[in-house]
Ligand binder design. Structure first.
Ligand code: APR
Length: 309
């Protein structure tokens, strides 16, 4: 029997994620949204692509959480996206309420599931879902580091005119302006990036990575990124469904790792069929650790604001 992946939110990120997973065939997909007809229409359209793309997987659209019952993974993309001039934090209260309502429905029908949170502001939303789901921390994972790292790798590959496959990098911390590219672990064909690109130019590339989401928002004007975010989710889903034990930068609930307590922050984690198998602790320079602390403080501020609501 195929695995089951449900995706909450049939908007840009949700539908693109559904398509990527449907085409892999290892799981049947349920797309759910509050808007009637939207998930049904997109799912039927996707299903009808099956004969052409060669997928025998099933994909259905629904407005009823009963259809998500016994999901192996639920991906949460529901919520509002940014408009030009907005920061991810501007979405806080609206998306917080949406997290609360969708999480209770998810765990009611899939009490054993693994949840991947994509909705922004990512780290705060992951924390909200973790707290309201009652699931262990291994089973609530935030997607952002894979995306931020993908952006960083893209810009480095362009800069050096090399294959993206030969660029290894980590972008840690919160999914926001305070994210932390870790240069000590960023290599091109095994060569440390700082030997290949000047400090000044690296600084510009890091800045573009940190502003990567805003760059897309200002171009699109009516929405935010979805191709790269959905690719990031699909890589995490692969590692869980296929038990790949990939080491990926993801938002995880830290209980002392990196000196950070009781907070979702992006760090390297090993992911397999049970969710997070291990939080990997890499050595950070003093400056990187200070940046990570500042990033954690920014996440904590949002958590504090939410708790006063
Ligand atoms: N339950 C289910 N679906 C909901 C709910 C809810 N309570 N509230 C909103 N939605 C749905 C909307 O109807 C819409 O179809 O969530 C979908 C969001 O889709 P888009 O507006 O296209 O947003 P998208 O670009 O997919 O981004 C979603 O992911 O990357 C983040 O910042 C982004 O927080 C945003 C989220």
């Amino acid at each position: 029997m195929r695995k089951k992946v449900s995706i909450v939110g049939a908007g840009q990120v949700g539908a693109t994620t559904a398509q990527r997973i449907f085409e892999k065939q290892y799981a049947d997909v349920v797309l759910i949204d509050i808007v009637e007809g939207l998930p049904q229409g997109k799912a039927l359209d996707m299903l009808e692509s099956g004969p052409v793309v060669g997928s025998d997987a099933q994909v259905i659209g629904t407005n009823d959480y009963k259809d998500t019952a016994n999901s192996d993974i639920v991906v949460i993309t529901s919520g509002v996206a940014r408009k030009p001039g907005m920061s991810r934090d501007d979405l806080l209260f609206t998306n917080m309420k949406i997290m609360d309502s969708v999480t209770s429905e998810i765990v009611k029908y899939s009490p054993e599931t693994i949840i991947i949170v994509v909705t922004n502001p990512l780290d705060a939303m992951a924390q909200r879902v973790y707290q309201s789901s009652g699931l262990p921390r291994e089973k609530v994972i935030g997607q952002s580091g894979v995306l931020d790292t993908a952006r960083f790798r893209t810009f480095l590959a362009q800069e050096l005119n090399v294959s993206i496959r030969d660029i290894q990098a980590y972008v840690l911390g919160g999914h926001g302006d305070t994210m932390v590219p870790v240069l000590g672990y960023t290599t091109v064909g095994g060569v440390p990036v700082s030997e290949l690109i000047s400090e000044k130019r690296l600084g510009e590339i890091i800045k573009r990575t940190q502003d990567g989401g805003a760059e897309i928002v200002s171009l699109l004007k009516t929405g935010s990124a979805y191709y790269a975010p959905s690719a990031g989710v699909a890589e995490m889903v692969d590692s869980i469904i296929l038990n790949q034990h990939r080491i990926l930068p993801c938002a995880a609930y830290l209980t002392g790792e990196y000196g950070i307590n009781n907070l979702y922050v992006g760090v390297p984690v090993k992911i397999g069929s049970s969710g997070i198998e291990e939080i990997i602790q890499i050595n950070l320079s003093n400056e990187e650790q200070a940046m990570l602390n500042a990033s954690a403080d920014a996440v904590q501020e949002l958590i504090d604001v939410m708790s006063k609501q």
